[in-house]
Design a protein around this ligand. Structure first.
Ligand code: NAD
Length: 361
């Protein structure tokens, strides 16, 4: 097992990574947020597999458990889902000290986190992520929120959990495509911050794919440590936290033009990282070897490195609508070598268009 501390100026919490941790969920939460009631919320798929176990763990720690579930998918990461949870919690008279546990992937963590941030102006929030993406990325850092018709994640808050409890055994039931998508974020962490992690993933890929428990603990520990370090440096994304957007400005344009849900986020991030690195090579900021290593690893993971894409003008327009545009200039995170990136807002459109061309099938 491993514990990664997250130390913020106003708040500290632990990320507990432990095979079988779900069985200890109740005692972990009770130590930090003792109360007679708690809420356990998640999507229906995850609840059908792990709801009973999590409920038993919380009941065993003498909580009366109030639950609500919603249909999985971005379509349900909405204010309607939030509103329903408020109703359940108000009806069951959950109080300021009642902890709220999010059990599931990033959609659950973001949605339930927003409920926890706003219910009675904020109640103790516990993240129990069950997808690889939620474990290595979404559950750490305190960004919570929901989608509205105008765009993704436009309504939300920064609200830190009191603890994050991750049980790598839950990854055994995660669909393989979702596992690959989580791996895209792990590779991203290697490129932006940690060349050793990049090499370690390359060398241990077979064990990761076989879900070896020790290897998964190490994968999670290393990735959570990177995400935590970035968040500790820049909680509210005014500086270095933007490095986490490596590949994402391209990815968001791909997702927006393909229609959300057609291509998975992790797949779009994979393509986006290849496009951004191609651009960095073309700008002579980074050696072509980095691009070769990156594309080879993504391909071995089973992530796309080229795709059938809409025309370049459509993609360029979608990129400009992304929220990372500041003063009408695209801010791109580009690698200079494995483990190091810089932010550039001075790249001309024809160079970006050429990068799109390079990942076109
Ligand atoms: N808050 C942040 O910092 C942050 C960072 C990155 C992404 N996100 C958000 O995360 C969301 C994506 O997260 P996600 O990829 O986890 O999506 P998700 O929550 O939809 O989970 C993916 C799918 O896997 C299923 N699932 C999850 N765990 C499972 C398990 N152990 N066994 C079987 N099925 C399981 C879910 O039911 C769902 O169908 C997006 O909404 C994105 O905006 C947030």
């Amino acid at each position: 097992m491993a514990t990664v501390p997250v130390n913020l100026p106003h708040h500290r919490y632990d990320v507990i990574i432990e095979p079988g941790a779900l069985d200890r969920l109740g005692s972990i939460v009770r130590e930090l947020a003792p109360h007679d009631r708690c809420a356990l919320m998640g999507d229906m798929t995850v609840f059908s597999i792990y709801g009973e176990k999590a409920t038993a763990a919380l009941t065993g720690a003498e909580y009366h458990v109030v639950s609500d579930t919603f249909e999985p998918g971005e379509k349900f990461k909405t204010l309607d889902t939030v509103r329903r949870m408020y109703d359940v919690m108000l009806d069951q008279r959950l109080e300021r000290r009642s902890p709220v546990v999010a059990l599931g992937g990033g959609i659950t963590g973001d949605t339930v986190g927003f409920v926890a941030a706003s219910y009675l102006r904020g109640v103790p929030f516990v993240q129990c992520p069950t997808s690889l993406l939620a474990m290595v990325d979404a559950s750490v850092g305190g960004k919570v929120g929901v989608n509205v018709p105008q765009g993704k994640n436009l309504i939300g808050a920064f609200y830190q959990p009191i603890v994050v409890v991750m049980d790598p055994f839950t990854l055994q039931t995660l669909p393989p495509r979702e596992l690959r998508c989580g791996m895209a974020e792990c590779v991203k962490h290697g490129v932006i911050r940690d060349a050793d992690l990049f090499t370690w993933i390359d060398e241990n890929l077979a064990k990761i794919q076989a879900l070896n428990p020790d290897t998964l603990v190490e994968l999670l520990r290393r990735n959570v440590a990177i995400k935590a370090a970035v968040v500790m440096e820049d909680e509210k994304e005014s500086g270095v936290r933007a490095h986490l957007n490596f590949g994402h400005t391209f990815a968001h344009a791909i997702e927006a033009t393909a229609g959300y849900g057609v291509i998975e986020h992790g797949e779009a991030v994979s393509l986006g990282m290849v496009a951004a690195t191609t651009l960095a090579v073309e700008q002579q900021m980074c050696s072509p070897q980095v691009l070769e290593q990156l594309a080879a690893l993504l391909d071995r993971i089973g992530l796309p490195v080229t795709a059938d894409l809409p025309d370049t003008d459509t993609l360029m327009n979608a990129m400009r609508l992304d929220k990372k545009v500041a003063d009408n200039r695209l801010r791109l995170v580009l690698p200079t070598k494995l483990g190091e990136v810089v932010i550039r807002n001075d790249i001309e459109d024809p160079a970006i268009a050429a990068a799109w061309q390079a990942i076109r099938q």
